[in-house]
Design a protein around this ligand. Structure first.
Ligand SMILES: [Zn+2]
Length: 342
């Protein structure tokens, strides 16, 4: 059987970003766990021979020490650096257009300056994907956005987060859109081409001004439950057997439905109770490091066995390559028109 072309990415969210989102005052000292966790990530991914797309936060590219740690990713079989905003503000949808432009442009400039790569992809913090962001990405010639998380579990994930962090007042109100809304559940669970028009959703306007691929963070087909690795380690904190059964079922369902997964890692997937991160609110942070690495390694091997795993840029390039005349019907079904004024 031909293996579908899938992708693997990581949101390189730093310790300060998690502590800030949880309302912990220690975040102001900019605590950084990169020098501890990145060597672990690189070692494990090299063991299983996988590439990685890394979404970088601009603020972390200002300091020499964190840049030096991030440089370790070049030791991977293959890597791609992408844009995850400058301040990792999960309330991106509430910012003015010029503020969003700064978030995107400053980070792209830093990635170019530090690593000599121009990022092709963007993922909004907190899976925020408003049209104002999409149109800026298309104007900047980004090839894809990866901010969609079409899960049925968004309200539950948000409730868990509120409970664990104990956020209050304005922070609590702003977090009410975290992880997306019920609407995001009805969005596609596989990559599609967005057509962004300046004239709104006018059907006569048949020449799109810009195009942008959307690569959602894949969820389990049908149930729309998450299959990213933080969810898997969360399940494993109750039962390793249940977590493995769930993950196998998810990958199998993706194969059956022809869904090529784009799966997502986070640094805490490689950290545990020995690491003293003050991140007790994050799922499975009480798990011993070795146990967590074992389950993540197992899951990545399963993923690689069933799919041809590449960087997101390569996955998008392969999609663009199939949108030729012989696949015209498929391609048109995968196009969604997004009007900038709708
Ligand atoms: Zn993030």
């Amino acid at each position: 059987m031909t293996r579908l072309i899938a992708s693997l990415s990581m949101d390189l969210d730093n310790q300060w970003a998690y502590l800030r989102a949880a309302g912990r005052p220690q975040w102001a000292q900019s605590p950084c766990y990169f020098s501890k966790v990145i060597p672990r990530i690189v070692e494990l991914l090299n063991q299983v021979d996988l590439p990685l797309t890394v979404f970088l936060v601009g603020r972390d590219l200002e300091a020499g020490a964190s840049v030096a740690a991030i440089e370790r990713f070049v030791d991977l079989k293959e890597h791609e650096f992408c844009n995850h905003s400058y301040n990792h503000d999960p309330w991106l949808h509430t910012l003015r257009r010029d503020e969003i432009e700064h978030e995107i442009d400053r980070t792209s400039a830093l990635i170019q300056q530090r690593f000599g790569q121009s990022p092709l992809g963007f993922r909004g913090p907190g899976f925020s994907c408003p049209e104002s962001v999409l149109s800026i990405l298309a104007e900047r010639s980004f090839e894809y956005d990866a901010s969609l998380f079409p899960t049925s579990m968004a309200p539950l994930a948000r409730a868990y987060y509120m409970l664990k962090t104990g956020l209050r007042g304005e922070d609590r109100q702003r977090a009410s859109q975290l992880y997306g809304t019920w609407r995001s559940m009805r969005q596609p669970n596989r990559p599609f081409l967005r057509e962004l028009t300046q004239g709104g959703s006018d059907p006569q306007h048949d020449h799109p001004d810009q195009r942008l691929w959307e690569v959602p963070v894949t969820v389990m087909p049908l149930t729309r439950t998450p299959i990213h690795f933080s969810y898997l380690t969360y399940l494993a904190s109750f039962s390793t057997l249940a977590a493995k059964t769930y993950f196998r079922t998810a990958l199998h369902t993706c194969q059956l439905t022809g869904t090529a997964p784009s799966l997502l890692l986070h640094p805490p997937d490689f950290m545990g109770r020995e690491d003293d991160t003050a991140m007790d609110f994050f799922p499975a942070m009480q798990m011993p490091v070795e146990k967590k690495l074992a389950i993540v390694r197992w899951a990545l091997q399963q993923f690689q066995f069933r799919f041809e795993v590449r960087t997101m840029a390569d996955q998008v390039a392969s999609l663009a390559g199939t949108a030729g005349p012989q696949h015209a019907a498929d391609a048109s079904a995968a196009v969604q028109v997004v009007g900038s004024e709708s």
